[in-house]
Design a protein around this ligand. Structure first.
Ligand code: HBI
Ligand code: FE
Length: 279
């Protein structure tokens, strides 16, 4: 495979993964034997720490689905997870060397295949890593793929991405991904909870996103969200809140082409620009 892609628009570092192993669709088999004892121990420690932080902060739907990942004392085999995941919602995990270009990414999601990075951070990166590794993808993204409504939303996002690509509107659509699948908040039984993978796999941002008075939290609204830029290496200054995964799924039933047209000429919000609160 050729050079790895630059994705999320802003990353410029050479990627970590070995893209030479990837197939034409950027997938690669999980090389389970390649994981070292230190890799399995890093996964176990990350999982233990994160699981202890979840109560009262993470979506209950996520907490209920987490055990479906299976092993927590070692890196799970993708086929172990796939046995359960495929039965639950018809999704399956596929290995990838890391971030992949948008069209292959959208194509996998549209076919209910979730790309999971196959390497794990080094012990010295325990606290933080910019690029998604297997812990971010498995722990952060996969449990909610066991939730049928959320799983349908992710597939619809992939289908929408292929359309957006044709309309040159990937940047706008990627903001919807960023502020829902990666950094979304949900109100459950009147309580604010996190459901975005970027929050759920972060030891610091989980409490910050739900409890800190600093960021603004506004209801998810397609056009406002698609006009809000994001930064990939800081906590979010703006979080978008939904009331249910059904709301998220229904909201994305619309054809986005007219929305892209309307937004094209409008000014964008900076990641930390506050919503003008009605006086
Ligand atoms: N690739 N492996 C991987 N994982 C992602 O989450 C991902 C990606 N490529 C592009 C991307 N996300 C975002 O730009 C999407 O909005 C397309
Ligand atoms: Fe992610």
């Amino acid at each position: 495979m050729g050079q790895a892609p630059v994705v999320y628009g802003q990353s410029t570092r050479p990627p970590r993964g070995d893209y030479s192993r990837a197939n034409a669709d950027y997938t690669c088999p999980q090389d389970y034997a390649a994981y070292t004892a230190a890799d399995h121990d890093t996964y176990r420690r990350l999982y233990e720490r994160q699981r202890a932080l979840l109560p009262g902060l993470a979506s209950q739907a996520f907490i209920d689905a987490l055990p479906s990942l299976g092993a927590s004392d070692r890196i799970p085999r993708f086929e172990e997870v796939n046995e359960r995941l495929y039965k639950a919602t018809g999704w399956e995990l596929v290995g990838v060397p890391g971030l992949i270009p948008e069209v292959p990414f959208f194509t996998l999601l549209a076919n209910r295949k979730f790309p999971v990075t196959d390497w794990i951070r080094k012990p010295e990166e325990f606290e933080y890593i910019v690029e998604p590794d297997i812990f971010h993808d498995l722990f952060g993204h996969v449990p909610l793929l066991f939730n049928p409504v959320f799983a349908d939303y992710v597939q619809r996002y992939g289908q929408g991405g292929l359309k957006a690509q044709g309309l040159g509107s990937c940047e706008m659509l990627s903001r919807l991904y960023w502020y829902t699948i990666e950094f979304g908040l949900i109100r459950e039984a009147g309580q604010l909870r996190a459901y975005g993978a970027g929050i759920l796999s972060s030891s610091g941002e989980l409490a910050y996103s739900v409890q800190s008075p600093e960021p603004q939290r506004i209801p998810l609204q397609l056009e406002r969200t698609m006009r809000t830029r994001y930064k990939i290496d800081t906590y979010q200054q703006t979080y978008f809140v939904i009331d249910s995964f059904e709301q998220l799924f229904e909201m994305t039933a619309a054809d986005f082409a007219p929305i892209y047209e309307r937004l094209r000429g409008l000014p964008e919000f900076a990641a930390d620009e506050r919503e003008a609160v009605a006086a």
